[in-house]
Design a protein around this ligand. Structure first.
Ligand SMILES: [Zn+2]
Length: 226
């Protein structure tokens, strides 16, 4: 029997990681009455602009997506996109340790160490430190997959994403995930991009078919204390 999630902390480097990785699951859990807090470290998309001109503040989009998914508590930090390595692991650990102290989650969702993005790897490590056994209320840690970050890691020699946990989704949960992605505007690209609506739907169908259900999101379950 699987334990019940009551308080979930989702940590992400960039706004949209949480939606791409676990948006359908977040919509479902919110419907089930789970209290969800989202902590995003970067508030802009600065690395896309070489001059720093035209940098978009992502906070309104993150807020809109969070509302669609049923996330009730949101913290967006002001670290620069693709610069978390200059912030350092220790400070990132402290950010999440503070989140765990304040929100007291029993479960944490984080990016995977399989992701090509260094930001994602740093966030994944910090989440493991903040949620380590015996140091707080966290009883379960899962990693989600983010299309184009998780599927690019293997060719760069990173460990392969190995899901061992599937959350079946209703059509309505997948629709909420797509609606939240639309809130991010340009982040949603044209097919055949993995970040297109069809690409997101295709992954949900593939993960679902692995466990004989119509749609699912898959996770790496790192630790569960029953
Ligand atoms: Zn990201």
């Amino acid at each position: 029997m699987h334990r019940t999630i009551r308080r979930l902390l989702v940590v992400a480097a960039h706004g949209d990681d949480e939606t791409l990785g676990a948006g359908g699951t977040l919509a479902k859990l919110a419907d089930d009455g789970v209290r969800i807090s989202l902590c995003v470290l970067c508030d802009d998309d600065g690395s896309r602009s070489e001059t720093g001109q035209g940098v978009t503040n992502r906070v309104p989009a993150i807020e809109a997506a969070a509302k669609i998914l049923g996330i009730e508590r949101l913290a967006v930090h002001e670290y620069g996109d693709n610069r978390l390595d200059t912030v350092g692991q220790l400070e990132l650990n402290r950010v999440f340790e503070r989140e765990v102290r304040e929100f007291e989650p029993d479960t944490v969702f984080a990016p995977s160490l399989s992701d090509l993005s260094l930001d994602h790897q740093l966030v994944s490590r910090a989440a493991r430190v903040a949620g380590r056994a015996g140091r707080g209320p966290v009883r379960e840690i899962r990693c989600f997959e983010v299309r184009s970050a998780t599927d690019s890691g293997e060719a760069a020699g990173l460990p392969v994403f190995r899901p061992n946990c599937w959350q079946p989704l209703a059509e309505s949960h997948l629709e909420r995930k797509l609606e939240a992605l639309r809130a991010y505007g340009d982040e949603l690209q044209q097919w055949p991009s993995p970040r297109s609506e069809r690409g997101v739907r295709a992954l949900a169908e593939y993960r679902g078919s692995q466990v004989s259900t119509a749609y699912a999101e898959a996770f790496e379950l790192l630790r569960v204390v029953l």
